[in-house]
Design a protein around this ligand. Sequence first.
Ligand code: NAG
Ligand code: NAG
Ligand code: NAG
Ligand code: NAG
Ligand code: NAG
Ligand code: NAG
Ligand code: NAG
Ligand code: NAG
Ligand code: NAG
Ligand code: NAG
Ligand code: ZN
Length: 665
Amino acid sequence: MLSNVLLLALVSSSALAQSFRRTGACPKLGCVFPPDQTDFIAGQTFDIRIEAQAPVNGTEAYNGGKVDPEFSLHIGGEGAELVPITQFLGVPESTVSSYNFTYFEDYFAQDAGARTPVNVLAKSYRNVQLHNPGTYRVVFKYNNGMTTEAKWCVKPLAKVAKAKNMIFFVGDGMATSMISAARLLAHKTINGKYQTTLKLDEAPAYGSQMTHSLDSFITDSANSASALFTGKKMTVNGLNAYTDSTGRGFGNPAVESVFEMFRRITGGQVGIVSKAYIADATPAAVCAHTAQRAQYTSIIEQYLNGISGNQSWFPWGGVDLLFGGGAEDFLPGPGNGNVSQFERWQQFGYQLGLNNTQLQAFDNSQRALGLFTQGNISTWLDQNVYKNALDLAVKPRGGRGAYDQPGLKQMTTKAIDILSTRAKARGTGWTLMSEAALIDKEMHVQDVDRALGDLLELDDTVRATLEHLKEIGELDDTLVVITADHGHGFDVFGSADTKYLDAQTTDRAKRNAVGVYEQSGLSAYQVPAGVAPNNQTIFKGPNGPGFPVNWDPRYTIAHGWSAFPDKREDFQVNNQSERVPAIRANASAGFFFNPADNQRGFSMSGNIGGSNGQGVHSLVDVPIYAFGPGHELFRGVMGNVDLAFRVAEALGLGRDSNVTAPYKK
Ligand SMILES: *[C@@H]1O[C@H](CO)[C@@H](O)[C@H](O)[C@H]1NC(C)=O
Ligand SMILES: *[C@@H]1O[C@H](CO)[C@@H](O)[C@H](O)[C@H]1NC(C)=O
Ligand SMILES: *[C@@H]1O[C@H](CO)[C@@H](O)[C@H](O)[C@H]1NC(C)=O
Ligand SMILES: *[C@@H]1O[C@H](CO)[C@@H](O)[C@H](O)[C@H]1NC(C)=O
Ligand SMILES: *[C@@H]1O[C@H](CO)[C@@H](O)[C@H](O)[C@H]1NC(C)=O
Ligand SMILES: *[C@@H]1O[C@H](CO)[C@@H](O)[C@H](O)[C@H]1NC(C)=O
Ligand SMILES: *[C@@H]1O[C@H](CO)[C@@H](O)[C@H](O)[C@H]1NC(C)=O
Ligand SMILES: *[C@@H]1O[C@H](CO)[C@@H](O)[C@H](O)[C@H]1NC(C)=O
Ligand SMILES: *[C@@H]1O[C@H](CO)[C@@H](O)[C@H](O)[C@H]1NC(C)=O
Ligand SMILES: *[C@@H]1O[C@H](CO)[C@@H](O)[C@H](O)[C@H]1NC(C)=O
Ligand SMILES: [Zn+2]
């Protein structure tokens, strides 16, 4: 039984740092980055940072805001003597930096404008590695006797690499409930039994992962992708770098991703594909390091030159290909010294493509930069069904009408051709991160049809990828992992008779158009029969197997959300353009029903703060699928950080010396 005193201590410490944090991962006044509970791949590069803090006032006020100048950091293996970190790692002593920052303790302090100033003394040790598997105790002493401890663990090494190549697909925001809904739209049942299923449903390994951040239980795509690719929990907005108290996006304590390790150790090829603007969080987490995901100019520079400046780790040498949207970040502008990154990348030897025709014409032996729009690439639904929306899509160098865009499948299969051709010529393997980014972006704006269209496009891409790997003889060498970074609280609870809904005049009567339980009926989306190349009976629409023919049947799916802004819901496809559920009158007003959105629908009062015009991420665990060599590592329930260790194990990236785990075919 816990004593009352201990219970009180536990309860009171959990009340601190709930909505506002002095510094994430730093419950005491001393911070150690990487923090307690961090696991490492043997030989993974990282930076260490320590901070001693002294709040001037507030509940944690210390010594009038004066930090003691004496502090020390020691480390030791399990049960061994603690030694100074510099001695243990053979790194030089670092200089102390001194600064201050302010923060709000809670919402009341925020309303009162009462900030707590905090003075800080900090030190960083850059570019270090731990090689010996086992646990380590790290002890930081500061502020005249205060102690912060961290337990670190270096995971065991793989004896043999199982896979030579890897493709990591991220269905951004893809919860299992959305996969169920997509399957329902695109695959036919007879008497309740599916006649065909998703390609994902055929995966020989299936698992799930918990997505919590380091210091918040709801995650964003930056820290969750960092967790997937580095095996380290991070703070919201953090990309492969811890959010220290500097408030800056540069010089934060960074950790190496599995893609960077793969490049450093094997010299292999690394490619990035996304349907988002390419400086967005998930693609950036392949090799960029910043506590602020919106540092787009820096992220693009890191794609090319890796982590650089004072933090330089190793000659990264540039990604081998980068395909996506977001050309606006490559145009000359004040943020990048007025330099055109199109021309600059060409000078670095990249071929440049600005539409699908040019993408397909890329020379497979050369590095490539393919940017097909400004902003996000258009959704699958807009590219394939409601093409009028492309009139509004912005071309890479500006001007509306980006009609010749690739989809995720075209980008991914071309990426495989380039990476495998180049890898073969160099005797290496290759890795690719491919992101179905718009599942998340469309879920945010409650545009279910566009989100599910892009989810089905991911499934179609996985099918095409496995077929293509077989064609080029790389199927047995390539691990393919598909997962999400977080979910949205979305589910389907019945069907909607849209004709009846449209005919009703009051919100309450419109709700009677929703059929639940036995009144939900069967899916009304058409999936005409055909035969797939593998002789599976498949229901093939005009856009290939695995998509419905019609997106506007009379009976649609009725769906609900755990977090949404004020909106009207008519359960019908928006056939002109993407939804905008809520708008605000001006920058200081809250978001409210968009009168132009879903006029036929009934109103739903939002359940999140009026500063949110879109839905937000939710807590739900997300699924993991794996095919190919090493797929068995991806079964079961795990944390998001565990995927990085399993990837490292499959690719044999761990190192306790310069010995490479041999790849065994
Ligand atoms: C914070 O730093 C600034 C500039 O270094 C200094 O002027 C100020 O007094 C400091 N604030 C506190 C609360 O110590
Ligand atoms: C801390 O002191 C400053 C003035 O130095 C004041 O502005 C602020 O409101 C105080 N904060 C709290 C939480 O009391
Ligand atoms: C790099 O290191 C130098 C010398 O320690 C320091 O003056 C400078 O501020 C550092 N630059 C960054 C970006 O951290
Ligand atoms: C970039 O262009 C802007 C506008 O023409 C100009 O004000 C700025 O000084 C330029 N910056 C650089 C680094 O040349
Ligand atoms: C693709 O881009 C090139 C270069 O901008 C242009 O010449 C060509 O017409 C474009 N093709 C299509 C189909 O839009
Ligand atoms: C990408 O799409 C989302 C959803 O429509 C939108 O909120 C966001 O602003 C877009 N990003 C860019 C850079 O266009
Ligand atoms: C599909 O069936 C046809 C006709 O029976 C056969 O020739 C072909 O080899 C089969 N293809 C596959 C992939 O099984
Ligand atoms: C779009 O939806 C409206 C309203 O349901 C309908 O009248 C129109 O025919 C639809 N357009 C297309 C291209 O499907
Ligand atoms: C912003 O919109 C709100 C709500 O419509 C209104 O009350 C407020 O006066 C507007 N503020 C400005 C600066 O226009
Ligand atoms: C590992 O390799 C590097 C570069 O080849 C070399 O500098 C270093 O001394 C080697 N370390 C060990 C432990 O063999
Ligand atoms: Zn999101």
